[in-house]
Every structure is written in C-alpha cells, then in structure tokens.
Ligand binder design. Structure first.
Ligand code: SAM
Length: 259
C-alpha cells in the first residue's frame, strides 16, 4: 500500500539509488557493527544496510511505518524501537562494549534538538553519519569568524570532529524537500580533549554569548565575567561571540567554575 508522507514527522524518503549507495558506502558497515538507524521510514537505507550487517537497530515514531518494518524483517535481523528518537536512550544500546554507530536521514524538523540529545551519548559512540539540511551542516562545521559559526558549532565541535562529505539535491527524495541536503560525519573526540569542568555551565555561557551575537562579550557575559576576568583569560571583552574558539569558551567556563 502507498504511504502518504507525513510532514509533521519530516518525511522525505530517499529514492535515488545512486545517492543511497553513496551514503551506505560512506558509512562502510561491517557485519558485526552495532548500528542504529534513526527514522528508517520505508527502508531506503535500512535495506542496503542489512545487506551488509548481521543485525540493525532502528528508532521510528510513525506507527504505519513501524508495522511495515515488522512485516518486512524478522526480529533476528531488525530490532524496531518504537517511539521518539529525542527521548531514546542510545546509551542502552552500547551496553555490550561495542562502540555505537548512529546513522540516518534525519527528520529535519527536529534536527537541532536531536543533535544536542545525541551529543550526550558521545562517550558510547564510535561515529555518526547523518543526512541533514545543508544549512544545518554548514553551521555544525563552521569555523570562528564565519557567519554560520554559533552555539551549534561550539557545542558539537566541543565533542566531535566533523566533516561534510557531500551534498544531496532535493530531487533525490520523494517528496522533494525545499532545500539542499548534506551528509555529515561526526567522530567523538577523546574524552579528555577539551575538558569543561561543568558542561551545563559551558552550555549556558555559550548560549549567553550567542544569544545577542551583535553585542560584545563584555555585555553578553556580564553575569559571568568582570573586566579583570577577561584580563586573566587574555580575552578582549570588546569582541563578539563569533570570534572565540571552542577552547576559549571552555577556558571561560572553567574560569567561572573556579570563581
Ligand atoms: N530513512 C528514510 C529515507 O531515507 O527514505 C526516511 C527519512 S525521513 C527524512 C525521516 C524519518 O524519521 C521518517 O521515517 C519519520 O517517520 C521518522 N521520524 C520523524 N520524527 C521522528 C522522531 N521524533 N523519532 C523517530 N523517528 C522519527
């Protein structure tokens, strides 16, 4: 039976076989990998992934699609986790010690909160490969000084090395989205790479700095830093948020934590 794409679940199904092959080649699934696919939909990626994997986990919210997945694959091959990926405990899947590989053509309407949710499991993750709106991927990989550099860049680059692999045009999907998409790969940095003593505080500092990105740090961070704090950190309070590197934000958060 035809499935009518549901906008509220961000459903744009991949239909271009060359693009599908390119994505699965980029993921490079090995038979015994522990892989979870977010939003399998009609199985455009699920099927070629299962050609290479012994077993796959999927997380899907749409009941109609869940029923189709159960019909098509046995539980020995495919474990279907029914529900919202934003609330899913990805850490529980990595219980046997294998690093978790997370993949998916993500629902674009929840991409930012989903990336923040997934960042919380970085320690259990081997790598993540996602399709997202190109505009979001550009923000994820943006460097200091660029217009796209913001809270998403800092909070993800704090935990992951990221790379944009290739772009995918709207015509590769049914229905076609309005925007170009990109494939992004995320690999967690070693746990001690850039240690913030209090990660929630780091999040608050970064949110405050970028909350009013046209104002200077003297203004936006006044609840956290006085002039002598800026001096001790060697950071010019006349700068704007986009000029600071991820390491600067970690240094600020650690300075505030020690005060
Ligand atoms: N992987 C399929 C493909 O490439 O053709 C479908 C991709 S479609 C862009 C996004 C998928 O995520 C849909 O199957 C949708 O039902 C599912 N989805 C949307 N919101 C979700 C959520 N909160 N949790 C889990 N899955 C969700």
């Amino acid at each position: 039976m035809e499935h009518r794409a549901r906008k509220r679940f961000g459903q744009n199904f991949l239909s271009d076989p060359n693009i599908i092959r390119k994505i699965v080649d980029a993921i490079r699934p090995q038979a015994d990998d522990l892989v979870v696919e977010i939003g399998p939909g009609l199985g455009a990626l699920t099927e070629p992934l299962l050609e290479r994997l012994a077993h796959l986990h999927v997380v899907e919210i749409d009941r109609d699609l869940i029923a189709r997945l159960h019909q098509r694959w046995s539980p020995e091959r495919l474990t279907v986790h029914e529900g919202d990926a934003l609330k899913f405990d990805f850490g529980a899947l990595a219980a046997d010690g294998r690093p978790l590989r997370v993949v998916g053509n993500l629902p674009y309407n929840i991409s930012t909160p989903l990336l923040f949710h997934l960042a919380g499991f970085a320690e259990r993750v081997g790598d993540m490969t996602f399709m997202l709106q190109k505009e979001v991927v550009m923000r994820m990989v943006a460097e200091p000084g660029s217009e796209e550099y913001g809270r998403l860049s800092v909070m993800l680059q704090y935990r992951f090395r990221m790379g944009r692999l290739f772009d995918v045009p709207p015509g590769a999907f049914r229905p076609a989205p309005k925007v170009t998409s990109s494939i992004v790969r995320m690999v967690p940095l070693p746990a001690d790479a850039l240690a913030a003593q209090d990660e929630a505080l780091l999040g608050r500092v970064v949110a405050a700095a970028f909350g009013q990105r046209r104002k200077t740090l003297r203004n936006t961070l006044r609840d956290y830093l006085a002039e002598d704090d800026f001096a001790a950190l060697g950071i010019d309070p006349g700068l704007r948020a986009e000029r600071l590197a991820v390491a600067d934000y970690v240094a600020i958060a650690n300075h505030v934590a020690r005060k």
